[in-house]
Design a protein around this ligand. Structure first.
Ligand code: ZN
Length: 155
């Protein structure tokens, strides 16, 4: 299996069977986001502990395989991370998705980086970039308590 096939496999797997597709019990942060260009919707739920560490992260929503896979992988990787690590991972991911082929992140292991790099191919398709980043922008809104309903078309 070459790298491209591996990446497609990961996207299909997470797209078909998204992890953490549920609503966290006792969540204390949440935000909704939508991408009208493709019809993707997500609602992110976070349960942060007293030190702002992510005790639980989940999402509800529907959309294309890229948007669902990205949300699924994101929730898997951010579980247990503290606020700073979360912010760094979000910015590392956004940097890769927009301009880099390689994901550099001191907060993730090789296996975790590979999962995120499977989304790196979308940078060739600007429309798809919105699909891949929807969950991440929505998560940032939830953490910062900004917009309750984010429209990524306007970003
Ligand atoms: Zn989409």
């Amino acid at each position: 299996m070459n790298l491209k096939e591996l990446y497609q496999e990961i996207i299909l797997d997470h797209g078909k069977n998204p992890r953490n597709l549920r609503k966290s019990e006792n969540f204390n942060k949440d935000a909704k986001g939508h991408n009208p260009l493709c019809g993707d919707n997500v609602h992110i739920f976070l349960k942060l502990d007293e030190n702002k560490k992510i005790e639980d992260i989940s999402f509800e929503g529907s959309g294309c395989a890229i948007s669902m896979a990205s949300a699924s992988i994101m929730t898997e990787l951010l579980s247990g991370k503290n606020e700073n690590q979360t912010k760094e991972i979000v910015s590392d991911f956004l940097e890769m998705i927009k301009k880099k082929d390689i994901l550099e992140s001191k907060n993730l292991n090789e296996n975790e980086k590979t999962k995120l790099m499977c989304l790196s191919g979308v940078k060739k398709y600007p429309m798809r970039v919105k699909c891949a980043t929807l969950a991440w922008h929505t998560l940032t809104s939830a953490v910062n308590n900004d917009q309750v309903d984010l429209n990524v078309e306007k970003l």
